[in-house]
Design a protein around this ligand. Structure first.
Ligand code: C5P
Length: 218
């Protein structure tokens, strides 16, 4: 279905990316990782030496980097001024700085415009924190994905090649705390969202659930 938009929001490490990419690949839809856009701005700010805890300094330059997202679910990319930073945006430094940056209204409004441009006519699975609530409230399917912190930390640490589970969990929970507590577009379950708890589900089971919701909506 050409115009279908599937919004997948949820906590850090709940499996949004693997799930969203899997759903998009199965249904032949595009895929947009909005978290990667916030990570890209954050990476650029760190490189420019901007103090990421100084909201006014961040806001003053928020429209400078040119951010572009590739929407192939099998090979998503994120570029800043034409350079692919898909790997760099996953660093510990970006993990630690991205939530304060994402709380700055000027950063959000800049990316909101880009996100709406990409979503455009639809046919896309979009993952983030505020997609169903703010970016695209009219999405045909809205999912709120969660999982227990222990499960999220264990999965994420394994993905990162055996990173420390306790430190990973602390980093995920700290991001959740800031993302849920901010004034502008906080992480929340959108009106009309279906809550999927992935703690005891396999990736394929979660994808099946969402594909099922999409076929009901189409
Ligand atoms: O999804 P991911 O963990 O890559 O997102 C990184 C960060 O980007 C989040 O912790 C949050 O601060 C921010 N974000 C956001 N709104 C979105 C997507 C991500 O504020 N729609």
């Amino acid at each position: 279905p050409g115009s279908l938009v599937i919004a997948v929001d949820g906590t850090s490490g709940s499996g949004k990316s693997s799930t969203s990419r899997g759903v998009a690949a199965r249904l032949g839809l595009r895929y947009l990782d909005t978290g990667a856009m916030f990570r890209a701005i954050t990476w650029w700010l760190l490189r420019e030496g901007v103090d990421v805890h100084d909201a006014a300094a961040v806001a003053a330059v928020a429209d400078r980097p040119r951010i572009a997202s590739g929407t192939d679910p099998l090979a998503p990319t994120i570029t800043v001024d034409g350079t692919d930073v898909s790997v760099e945006v996953r660093s510990d430094e970006v993990n630690a700085a991205v939530s304060p940056v994402s709380a700055v209204p000027a950063v959000r409004s800049r990316l909101l415009e880009l996100q709406r441009e990409v979503i455009g006519a639809g046919g896309i699975v979009v993952e983030g924190r505020d997609i169903g609530s703010v970016v695209w409230p009219q999405a045909e399917v809205k999912v709120y994905l969660s999982a227990d912190p222990d499960a999220r930390a264990a999965r994420r640490a394994a993905e990162e090649g055996g990173a420390d589970v306790a430190a990973t969990q602390q980093s995920l929970l700290e991001r959740d705390r800031i993302d849920s507590g901010r004034a502008t577009a906080p992480l929340t379950m959108a009106d009309g969202a279906v809550h999927v708890d992935s703690t005891h589900l396999t990736l394929d089971e979660v994808i099946d659930r969402i594909v099922g919701l999409a076929s009901q909506a189409a």
